[in-house]
Design a protein around this ligand. Structure first.
Ligand code: PLP
Length: 395
């Protein structure tokens, strides 16, 4: 083992094409940003990087919210921050549950002492808006929470009507958009979402480690009405905002040591995502990539779980071909071809392949690699699925 701190880093990391449920492929530009020299978290030069990151995040979320920043931690930290700041103990909260991440959200809300009203739908279907609103009018409701992109099933949750209802009834609309941000049409301000969180490792093509987060004035007003500080010090937005200073005036107060290099990486990833190929182009590219891959996999006999109109473009969940050992094929894809795809979760374990169509993975070349490798492993001719893929990209 070498002890020379200036020597090259370990190179025992295998080469992978990440087409699973996340993380997604990280472009060399983003990895290079991550490897830049670490500077101090109170350095004025870092403040400029923070300001640019905030501006790019606002664009990504399609929001004007002052309180927009990356929470230090993975997507789950964003969920904890959302609940810790905007849900009080005893609040009545209607929560859509149609997959693993809805279940997780309901559990987080329960742990926060909320009176959770779960509105369940079959895994693989969206939660009907009418059912969410019916549950909401069943008592004084403080918040409605839904998962916009349910990664466990590849379903996109419609939001129409939820934001207006919340505004009329003094409730907050809170959103998990971990898998949808940057890959599925979502305009937070237009949808009247009060607060939302995401993750860096899906459609933004950044390593995991930060949770993009945004909160509007209605949510901040509720936070400001608290008589006692919330139970979480780390995620207390009023303290975190003093460090991020999104108003861009005055100084910044130390709260915790920001993960400097991850913020370099996020800024670079956002410069790519929110740069030339941005809205609505990026949404359209994800939509085409989703449909092209769906058509190609259909040739092998795979069927999409989500019905038309409810599909989440960045995550294609399909049934494996009949009679195929799905886990064995996934292992061989990784071991023999260096390609990662994901399996089913919970009640769908062993019954699904979940293929990421995220950011740099939502392009024709990586999909061709996947389709070609699958053809080899399934002992099928690649020409027909590759032609379906090409046709899908032309459509
Ligand atoms: C919809 C959704 N919410 C929350 C999370 C949790 O994020 P993380 O694993 O980054 O903590 C994930 C992770 O895949 C997710 O897909």
């Amino acid at each position: 083992m070498t002890t020379d701190i200036d020597s090259a880093p370990a190179t025992d990391i295998p080469e992978r094409l990440l087409l699973g449920s996340g993380p997604s492929p990280v472009p060399p530009r983003v990895l290079a940003a991550l490897a830049q020299p670490t500077i101090g978290h109170m350095d004025p030069a870092f403040a400029d990087i923070m300001a640019e990151t905030i501006a790019l995040l606002r664009e990504a979320f399609q929001t004007e919210n002052r309180a927009t920043l990356p929470i230090s931690g993975t997507g789950s930290a964003g969920m904890e921050a959302l609940v810790a700041n905007f849900v009080d103990s005893g609040d009545r909260v209607v929560c859509g549950v149609n997959g693993l991440f809805g279940e997780r959200m309901a559990e987080e809300l329960r742990r926060a002492g909320a009176d959770v009203v779960p509105v369940e739908a079959q895994w693989g279907r969206a939660v009907p808006i009418e059912q969410l609103l019916e549950a909401a009018v069943g008592g004084r409701t403080d918040a409605i929470v839904v998962v916009h992109g349910e990664t466990s099933t590849g379903v996109a949750q419609p939001l129409e009507g939820l934001g207006d209802w919340c505004r009329e009834h003094d409730a907050l609309l809170l959103l998990d958009c971990v898998t949808s941000l940057g890959g599925h049409a979502l305009r937070l301000d237009e949808a009247a979402v009060d607060a939302a969180f995401s993750g860096t490792q899906k459609c933004l093509n950044c390593p995991p480690g930060l949770a993009p987060f945004t909160a509007g004035e209605r949510a901040l007003e509720k936070l400001g009405r608290r008589e006692q500080p919330g139970r979480s010090w780390y995620f207390d937005l009023s303290l975190v905002l003093d460090y991020w200073n999104p108003g861009a005036s005055g100084g910044r107060a130390y709260h915790h040591t920001a993960p400097i290099n991850m913020i370099y990486a996020l800024r670079e990833a956002l410069r790519i995502a929110v740069g030339g190929d941005w809205l609505p182009t990026t949404w359209e590219r994800h939509r085409r990539a989703h449909h092209a891959l769906r058509d190609a996999l259909a040739v092998f006999g795979c069927e999409r779980l989500a019905p038309d109109g409810e599909q989440l473009h960045p995550l294609l969940a399909v049934t494996p071909p009949a009679g195929v050992d799905e886990a064995a094929v996934r292992s061989a894809l990784l071991d023999d071809h260096g390609i990662e795809i994901s399996g089913g979760l919970g009640p769908l374990a062993g019954k699904l392949w979940r293929v990421g169509v995220m950011g740099a993975g939502a392009r024709r070349e990586p999909q061709e690699q996947l389709v070609t490798a699958l053809a080899t492993l399934l002992d099928a001719e690649p020409d027909e699925p590759l032609a379906a893929l090409a046709e899908g990209w032309r459509a």
